[in-house]
Design a protein around this ligand. Structure first.
Ligand code: 13P
Ligand code: 13P
Ligand code: MG
Ligand code: MG
Ligand code: MG
Length: 378
C-alpha cells in the first residue's frame, strides 16, 4: 500500500529559443509513458512543462531510483529529442548528457524528485515547477512554509505540524548531506541554507511517524555532473499537504513575494520569481523572469486525480493550476518591476551572479590578453 510519486524532468529542446517544447515532443513522451503503463512499469502519468522543460509526473510502486522507471523516462526524452533534432529546435537534447543510459537518471542530466509514502485518506499534492533557476531557490519558500509560524499557522495550531520537521540539506558542491531538525536547529539550518550557491533542501519529513515525507526537491546540479556548466537545472519540488503537513494554501503563500533567484538570461542573472500558469510559463522578458508554476492533484489509489472525469483514459489529467487566476496578478506585476530594476544594473553585480556561478565568462581570455599590460600596484 505504498505509492511512489516521481517527477522526472529535462529540457531536450524548444521552439523560440529557450521557450517552449514543441507539442509533438510532449506527445512522444505521452506515447512512451502509455507503453510504460501497458508494460506495468508505472501506474499513471501526466506530461506537462514549465517554460522549455518537459516534466513527467508518474505514480508507481517501484520506489525511488528505480531502473525501469528512470529508463522509461530516459526513452521518452530520447524520443522527444529526436523530434527536436529533426525540427532543428533550440538546444535539442540539451539535458541528456550521455549517449548511453546507465540505469539511473541522476547524474545523466535530467532532474528527479521522488517520494514514497503510504497513501492517506486524502492525499493532496502540490507540484512546483520552475524554469530559469536552480534548486536552492526553493530553500527560502520551504523554510517559510515549514519553519516560520508567522507564515504557517499550522505550526502553531496543528498538533502534528507543531512537533516540527526533519530537513535533509545537501552541499551541492562537495556532494555531502546532513539531516537537521526543526524547530530546535532553525538558526543553524538558516546559517547553511542562506548560502544558495552551495546548500539546498533535498527532503523534508514530518516528525510524526504516521505521515513520513513532506517535500522533495530535484537537486541534480548540472554544472557539476557534466564536468562543465551546461545550464541551471530548472528544479521541481513535490509537496504533500494537509493533516499534519502544511496546508495547500500555506505551501503557496510564500510565492506572493517575488523573491530574487539565480538563473534567468544565460543562467547568469538574478531575477524575480514570477508565479504563473503553465500556459503563461513561456519566458518572454530577457528569457524570463524566472518562472514558478504550481499545479495540484491528488494521489488516489495509486493514480493521479485532478478535475478530470475519474474514468478518463490513463495519462489524461486536469490539475488545478494555482497561479492561473487574477489573485496572483499583483505578485506578477511586482516580479516584473523588480526584474526591470535589476536589469538597470546591466552587466554589473548584483544583476549578474558572482564569478563562480556565471554560466559562461570571457574573463580568462581577457586576462590573458592583458597579461603584458597588467602591472603590480606600488
Ligand atoms: P474549509 O472549511 O473550507 O474546508 O477549509 C478548511 C481549512 O482548513 C482551510 O485551510
Ligand atoms: P534553460 O536552462 O531554461 O535552457 O535556459 C538557459 C538559458 O541560457 C536561458 O537564457
Ligand atoms: Mg533550454
Ligand atoms: Mg529551462
Ligand atoms: Mg535548464
Amino acid at each position: 500500500d505504498r505509492v511512489t510519486v516521481s517527477v522526472i524532468k529535462a529540457d531536450v529542446g524548444s521552439v523560440g529559443g529557450h521557450a517552449r517544447p514543441h507539442p509533438l515532443m510532449m506527445q512522444k513522451c505521452v506515447e512512451r509513458l502509455k507503453d510504460g503503463v501497458r508494460a506495468g512499469t508505472v501506474d499513471d502519468f501526466y506530461v506537462t512543462r514549465v517554460g522549455d522543460d518537459i516534466n513527467l509526473y508518474l505514480t508507481h510502486t517501484r520506489g525511488e531510483n528505480n531502473k525501469d522507471v528512470h529508463g522509461l523516462c530516459w526513452d521518452a526524452f530520447m524520443d522527444a529529442t529526436k523530434v527536436a533534432k529533426e525540427m532543428k529546435l533550440y538546444a535539442a537534447g540539451q539535458d541528456l548528457l550521455t549517449d548511453a543510459f546507465s540505469g539511473n537518471i541522476r547524474g545523466a542530466g535530467p532532474g528527479a524528485a521522488e517520494m514514497e509514502f503510504k497513501e492517506r485518506g486524502a492525499e493532496p499534492i502540490v507540484f512546483f515547477m520552475a524554469d530559469k533557476t536552480e534548486p536552492s531557490s526553493y530553500s527560502f519558500p520551504l523554510c517559510k512554509v515549514f519553519m516560520d509560524p508567522f507564515t504557517t499557522t499550522g505550526l502553531v495550531i496543528d498538533p502534528r505540524a507543531h512537533e516540527g520537521f526533519k530537513f535533509e540539506i545537501v552541499d551541492v558542491i562537495d556532494s555531502k548531506k546532513v539531516i537537521m531538525s526543526t524547530p530546535e536547529e532553525t538558526y543553524d539550518i538558516l546559517t547553511l541554507l542562506g548560502d544558495t550557491t552551495r546548500y539546498a533542501i533535498k527532503r523534508i519529513w514530518s516528525k510524526s511517524d504516521d505521515i513520513g515525507i513532506g517535500a522533495v526537491v530535484s537537486t541534480e546540479k548540472l554544472n557539476i555532473s557534466a564536468g562543465k556548466y551546461v545550464g541551471k537545472d530548472d528544479p521541481v519540488c513535490i509537496c504533500r499537504a494537509q493533516s499534519g503537513l502544511p496546508a495547500v494554501g500555506e505551501h503557496l503563500q510564500p510565492y506572493m513575494f517575488p523573491a530574487l533567484v539565480a538563473g534567468w538570461m544565460r543562467g547568469s542573472h538574478y531575477g524575480a520569481w514570477y508565479p504563473c500558469s503553465v500556459a503563461d510559463s513561456d519566458p518572454v522578458f530577457f528569457d524570463g523572469p524566472p518562472r514558478i508554476c504550481a499545479v495540484g492533484m491528488h494521489v488516489s489509489n495509486g493514480k493521479f486525480q485532478g478535475l478530470e472525469d475519474p474514468n478518463s483514459p490513463v495519462g489524461v489529467h486536469e490539475p488545478l493550476d494555482y497561479f492561473a487566476g487574477s489573485c496572483w496578478d499583483e505578485a506578477r506585476r511586482s516580479a516584473v518591476k523588480a526584474s526591470m530594476y535589476m536589469r538597470r544594473h546591466g552587466p554589473f553585480m548584483p544583476a549578474v551572479l558572482g564569478p563562480e556561478e556565471m554560466e559562461y565568462t570571457t574573463r580568462p581570455a581577457v586576462l590573458s590578453k592583458l597579461k603584458e599590460r597588467m602591472e603590480k600596484l606600488e
